[in-house]
Each structure stands twice: as C-alpha cells, then as structure tokens.
Write a protein that binds this ligand. Structure first.
Ligand code: FMN
Ligand code: ADP
Length: 317
C-alpha cells in the first residue's frame, strides 16, 4: 500500500476505484466497503484508493470539544487499511480552509482531476464538502459531467450491520470489550513504548510494563483489569493489564500497565501492542499491598486458565 500525505504526490494509476471517509477503527461496516472496492478493482483490473482526512475532522471543526477519542492512531489506521487490500491511501490534511471547499469543487479538483476516479463507491448516507452538502444523490445528478461511475452501498447494507464508531467508543468506555470487538471484527488494541514506573510491581512478584501511548487522542477503555494479548514484535504472550490510578498505592495519574505471563526480561524502551480480549474486574482500592497481591494472584489464576501456559499464537491479522 502506498501512503500519500498530500494530494500533490498522487501519481497516475490504473482505473482508480475510490472511496472516501474517516474510517476510524476500520470496523466491520468499513470492512464491507473495503471488500467491495477490492472486488470491483479485481473485476476491472484497477487499483483501490481510499481518500481520508487527518487530523480527524471533528478535531479541527470542534476544537473546543475535547472529547474526540480515536479508535485508531495514524499508524494503526495505515496498517489496518493495508491489511484490507487498499492499494493507495491518501491523507488530505484537514484544515478549516479545506472544510470550506464546496462539494462541487471537491469532486472536480480531488476526485476527477487529481485521482482520475474511474468508479466511486460511497455509502448512501455519506456527506462531504462544505456544510456536508455533497451526497450520493448530488453525485448521481452530475455523474455524466464527471465521467466516473458511481456505486452506492445501499441503506440496508449499512444499517443492518448496526455498527458505528460511536457505538464502539461507548462500549469501550463502559468496559464492554465483547461488543467492541464484535463490531470491530478484531480485538481493540493500544500500542506504545514501555516506560519506567515506581518499580513496586517487581516487589509484589508482579512486574508490570507501563505503556506510554503516543497518540494523545487515542481512546483508553474504562478503568479496570483486562486479559490481553501482548505482542512484542517477535512474540505474543498472554497478559493481565490494568488501567487506572492504582488507588492502593495512591497513584496520581492514570497508568496502563501489563503483567506479561510466563515472561522474564527487560521491556523498557520496547514498543509493544496489547489487544483487549476480556474485561476481568473493576479497579479497587485495597487496604494494603498484601491484599492487592492476593487479588493479583487470583487474577493470574484466571489469566492462566484463559490462556493456558506458555507462549500464545499471535492474532491473525
Ligand atoms: C492485572 C492488574 C490488576 C491491578 N489491579 C489493581 C487494583 O485493583 N487496584 C490497584 O490499586 N492497583 C491495581 N494494580 C496496579 C498495581 O497497584 C501496580 O501493578 C503496582 O502499583 C506496581 O506499579 P509499578 O509498575 O509502577 O511498579 C493492578 C495491576 C495489574 C497488572
Ligand atoms: N513478566 C513481566 N511482565 C511485565 N514486565 C516485566 C516482566 N518481567 C520483567 N519485566 C520488566 O520489568 C519492568 C516492570 O517492573 P516494575 O517493578 O513493575 O517496574 P516499573 O514500575 O518501572 O514498571 C517492565 O517494564 C519490564 O522491563
């Protein structure tokens, strides 16, 4: 997959089959569209193009709304889209100025002149351009002038799935990993570098790798303990992860930390990915470290029962 951070770099390609959207999370609904463009491209021996925006339009249009929580960081989105067969991924830098572009101009300058769209595939409810004025009907009316074919993803194909990035965000914020993963079609994940913590973990017999997330807008699931798959790049392990302020040790800031099962070694400075598999329990304040340790032992028993012992197989991506 080729990635373009500006439209200026977009080359002339063979029979572009194009779709547009933010595609945050690349969930099952998005995957349907990606499969559709892939199939059309195979049929007409063309190449697939996804036109997306960065930063997320809501972050630019409503900067006072601090609540935009992303399901996928820039890098995660690139990796996911590549795995679904996108050949060309175009990031249009989303600015206030760009958001003022009338939909007619967007179609002409971006879809027709730059990308030379052969077939455009969009959802029945997709809106684009200034004030969200552009729509499928609008494109249909002007189709002859633009010389591209249009394919609509019908209402039933989108609504029947009942999936939206908003529903996935709500599920994750309430610890409902099962629903989030079902809608995503894969486990929700976080990635980041392992940083130093207070070094209490090792004294409890439960060293924990503290993960620093690079993308500050990435959605962090509800506080609590989870079963996760830990991917170090070369290997995958089962793990138990905690999100929260660690009230037992009077932690001040929210931490994300994972105890990797059947692992010994140094993870400081390494980049790791954690995939959320199950919610274990809410975070609690224990009377003392001994009580916390007892709980962690119980958590470990549950984790071992879930994963079995030893290395586990990485998730099929
Ligand atoms: C699976 C798991 C569950 C945890 N649950 C709690 C909890 O319920 N309450 C709490 O105060 N800390 C909890 N912790 C956090 C511990 O307090 C933490 O691992 C310890 O403070 C070590 O911190 P350090 O990595 O900075 O040394 C949990 C940690 C893990 C790995
Ligand atoms: N099984 C393990 N799970 C997590 N980290 C481990 C494990 N074994 C060793 N480590 C190492 O120990 C560190 C965590 O130890 P800990 O005492 O909790 O210190 P810190 O407070 O700095 O996280 C990890 O960052 C990692 O480098």
């Amino acid at each position: 997959m080729k990635i373009y951070k500006s439209l200026d770099d977009f080359p002339v390609i063979t029979r572009p089959v194009v779709t547009i959207g933010t595609f945050d999370g690349v969930h099952l609904g998005h995957q349907k569209i990606l499969k559709r463009i892939h199939k059309i491209a195979q049929r007409i021996k063309g190449e697939t193009v996804l036109v997306t925006f960065w930063p997320h339009p809501r972050m630019v249009l409503f900067p006072e709304e601090h609540g935009v929580r992303l399901l996928s960081s820039f890098d995660e989105k690139c990796r996911l889209l590549a795995s679904f067969g996108v050949d060309h991924l175009v990031f249009i830098p989303f600015t206030k100025d760009f958001s003022e572009m009338p939909s007619e101009e967007f179609i002409r300058s971006v879809l027709v002149e730059k990308i030379r769209t052969k077939i455009l595939v969009i959802g029945y409810d997709h809106r684009f351009g200034k004030g969200r004025e552009g729509s499928f009907d609008h494109l249909k009316a002007r189709q002859k002038d633009y010389h591209f074919e249009l394919e609509e993803i019908p209402r039933q194909d989108i609504d029947n799935v009942g999936i939206s990035s908003t529903k996935i965000r709500k599920a994750l914020e309430s610890g409902d990993i099962a629903t989030a993963n079902e809608f995503l079609g894969k486990p929700y994940s976080l990635e980041g570098v392992v940083i130093r913590g207070d070094q209490i973990g090792r004294t409890l017999g439960f060293p924990t790798a503290n993960i620093k997330i690079e993308e500050s807008n990435k959605l962090i699931p509800m506080d609590g303990a989870y079963l996760v798959r830990v991917n170090t790049g070369s290997d995958s392990y089962g793990g138990m992860l905690n999100i929260g302020k660690r009230p037992t040790v009077s932690g001040a800031v929210k931490n994300i930390e994972v105890n990797v099962l059947n692992f010994e070694g140094d993870l400081y400075g390494k980049n790791i990915e954690v995939e959320f598999l199950e919610f274990l329990r809410p975070e609690k304040k224990f009377g003392n470290l001994e009580a916390l340790k007892e709980q962690l032992q119980k958590d470990r028993q549950q984790a071992l029962a879930y994963f079995g012992s030893g290395k586990i197989k990485p998730h099929d991506k």
